[in-house]
Design a protein around this ligand. Structure first.
Ligand code: WTA
Length: 650
């Protein structure tokens, strides 16, 4: 990478051949501008509806939106059956690759049979439309089958990332009232089987809504068994009929709940519904990646436990009849070239991943990708956090061979689908900027009062028109839905929680969260959630947590703790105990990178912890303004406690 490449202003025009054959051209923006609702209506017509809608959007009671009012469809039918009926049953839906090297190839016809069998099994277990089903799974095909089986019968899936603790699972089961949990004995991670069933056993013991636990056999680990409650997937699903007639559900029928961190300790159950969600994930997947169903091999490297997995491993790709890759394990198992080996083996043409992974590859060096044939790639994607220009250029050169556009997609669990991103056959790319609101999306940068800001001024990102795949509410908490997203600037303006600015060309640059949410390796973790976990430990009296910038993970979790007088130890051992405690309590992704034991925390006169100052310390910066502190000597006390470099790796 040359110096001039990273200079502000360097553009990467859309490759000519791609632009000539792209699914969408520049005119799409004007079309959507002319009539936003007609644009989304034509996107909805890419799906198969059992009944037409009477009204595209009902926004008469903001912020509660209804899209495609009166329309009916079956999501699983749209993702699977219709492709089989159209003669594409033999097309591969998923090339699945297990971490140990075992593989499975699943065609659309096979997927249809599996989904029907699982749907029949759920019905046999008494699951009805509207019931919630928890899915706590490794990255195996049955995770997708379980999700689609729920969608098929109108049950609401609630997938919990397999890396979350039993506590996190229990609170999500309780909040959603799940009646069945689908899980597995375990999955493979870093070369070894990693158990899942014990966490389910612990979680279910502390909840009272779950009737059955359906267990897929993957690792053949020993599992505890509760007779009457636990059932093997192969016992119950395999004997079912491969026929199941899909029922059409209302466009606003709930499809899934996905919990995400907010600014308080209690995660929010983001609710997505059917017609609008599938319309936008399918259309965006097709337009943002220029997906060609007959020739592309598409790979989203995320886990199914996150929204990226829901929208761009499951619903978008299947609705578009894509052939996708699904990989169970970690990038460095059994060697650092594993991903590149998969790209070469399956001829992957589109890769969608996260900046933190790119930066890890950068650390490992360009020799690793250079050892594989990556010439099949034609479009690259990025999601999860801003991609810094250095990582963008490295990705472009060393993975994309200098020829693949990089589509940096800004969106959220709440938005359901891409909201701000370039289009690969249209946009002149600018490394580091997500650039342009998606066609049919209206995004602005405003000040604290909601006034739109001029170029190059940092402000808050808002969305000023409803969109089809928007969240409909927070499960069971309409008030929190309104308060969190639609109160700062009135009930018709969505507050995203991200800082942003527009440059002289009107391109949007995302600048990270403006609330107490950290972004660690693209995962949202709330500072308050980690703080409550720390103070729940008997040794801790008070805790303050900040996200400090980190060269690989974007942000790293740094905690400052004040110990109780009764705590016997304040040394390294306790710090390790506390880190493990948080990892156990929330999940390994929430394990603090660093914990500092301090005597006091900097507070404003009104008693609010000044996280900004703590972040300065954690990042070893000059301290910012300390004039509003109750006692500015507190900062010196804290600084004196700091070892020269106290970060710990693992
Ligand atoms: C951040 C993941 C900059 C942002 C799909 C957002 C990004 C939060 C980008 C949502 C991007 C995601 N550029 N920031 N391309 N993508 N973010 O809900 O702060 O896990 O609010 O959804 O991640 O994270 P979530």
């Amino acid at each position: 990478m040359s110096e001039s490449d990273v200079q502000e202003g360097h553009r990467f025009p859309a490759p000519e051949q791609l632009a000539a054959q792209a699914n969408v051209g520049a005119d799409v923006y004007a079309e959507a501008e002319r009539d936003r609702l007609a644009f989304w209506e034509s996107a909805a017509r890419r799906l198969s509806w059992a009944q037409e809608w009477d009204q595209v959007l009902d926004w008469s009671n903001p912020p509660f939106a209804k899209w495609f009012v009166g329309g009916k469809l079956n999501i699983a039918y749209n993702c699977v059956d219709r492709h089989v009926e159209d003669g594409h049953g033999e097309q591969v839906a998923y090339h699945w690759e297990g971490e140990p090297g075992d593989t499975r190839t699943i065609t659309y016809a096979q997927l249809k049979d599996e989904v029907c069998k699982a749907a029949n099994a759920l019905l046999e277990l008494g699951v009805q439309a509207g019931d919630r089903v928890a899915v706590y799974m490794p990255m195996i095909p049955e995770a997708v089958v379980a999700m689609l089986a729920c969608a098929r019968i109108g049950a609401v899936h609630m997938v919990v990332f397999g890396g979350f603790s039993s506590d996190a699972l229990a609170s999500r089961i309780t909040d959603s009232g799940a009646v069945v949990v689908v899980t597995s004995d375990g999955g493979y991670r870093r070369g070894a089987p990693s158990a899942l069933k014990p966490a389910v056993d612990e979680a279910v013991a502390r909840t009272d809504s779950v009737r059955n636990v359906l267990v897929v056999r993957r690792t053949e680990q020993d599992v505890e068994w509760t007779e009457g409650r636990d059932l093997w997937w192969h016992d119950v699903v395999d004997r079912q009929s491969t026929e199941h007639t899909p029922e059409a559900f209302d466009a606003e029928h709930p499809l899934y709940i996905m919990y995400t961190s907010g600014t308080t300790a209690k995660p929010k159950g983001i609710l997505h519904t059917s017609g609008g969600y599938l319309t936008q994930v399918a259309y965006s997947h097709w337009a943002s990646f220029d997906l060609k169903p007959d020739t592309d091999v598409f790979w989203t490297s995320a886990d199914i436990g996150w929204v990226t997995g829901h929208s761009y491993i499951v619903y978008g790709p299947l609705a578009n009849r894509a052939t996708s890759i699904m990989y169970e394990g970690t990038p460095e198992t059994p060697h650092r070239g594993r991903w590149f080996e998969i790209i070469e083996k399956y001829g992957v043409t589109i890769l969608y991943t996260a900046p933190t992974v790119i930066r890890t590859f950068m650390k490992w060096g360009e020799d690793v990708p250079a050892g594989f044939d990556l010439s099949s790639l034609r479009v690259l994607g990025s999601v999860g956090e801003p991609i810094n220009p250095e990582a963008w250029l490295w990705y472009h050169k060393n993975i994309g061979g200098g020829r693949c556009p990089i589509v940096d997609t800004w969106w959220q669990t709440e938005t359901g689908a891409h909201m701000i991103n370039p289009l690969p056959g249209v946009t002149d790319l600018k490394p580091g900027s997500a650039q342009t609101p998606f066609p049919g999306i209206s995004a602005k940068v405003v000040d604290d009062e909601g006034n739109e800001l001029g170029d190059d001024t940092t402000g808050l990102l808002v969305l000023t028109e409803p969109w089809p795949s928007m969240l409909r509410t927070i499960w069971g908490d309409d008030d929190r839905y309104v308060d969190t997203y639609w109160s700062r600037f009135g009930t018709e303006v969505y507050f995203a929680g991200d800082g942003a600015k527009k440059d002289d060309d009107g391109d949007i640059w995302l600048l990270g969260r403006v609330d107490d949410v950290m972004n660690v390796s693209g995962h949202r973790i709330s500072t308050t959630e980690v703080e409550s976990s720390l103070v729940a430990h008997p040794a801790v009296a008070e805790a303050a947590v900040v996200g400090a910038s980190d060269p690989t993970t974007g942000q790293g979790i740094v905690a400052f703790v004040i110990l109780r007088g009764s705590a016997e130890d304040s040394g390294d051992e306790l710090v390790q105990t506390l880190r493990t405690h948080v990892a156990r309590d929330i999940g390994p992704i929430a394990k603090p990178r660093q914990i500092m034991v301090v005597q006091e925390l900097p507070k404003t006169r009104s008693g609010k912890i000044m996280r900004r100052l703590l972040r300065d310390i954690a990042e070893n910066r000059e301290l910012g303004d300390v004039t509003t502190l109750t006692d500015s000597s507190v900062m010196n006390l804290i600084k004196d406690k700091l070892p020269a470099n106290s970060s710990s790796e693992d």
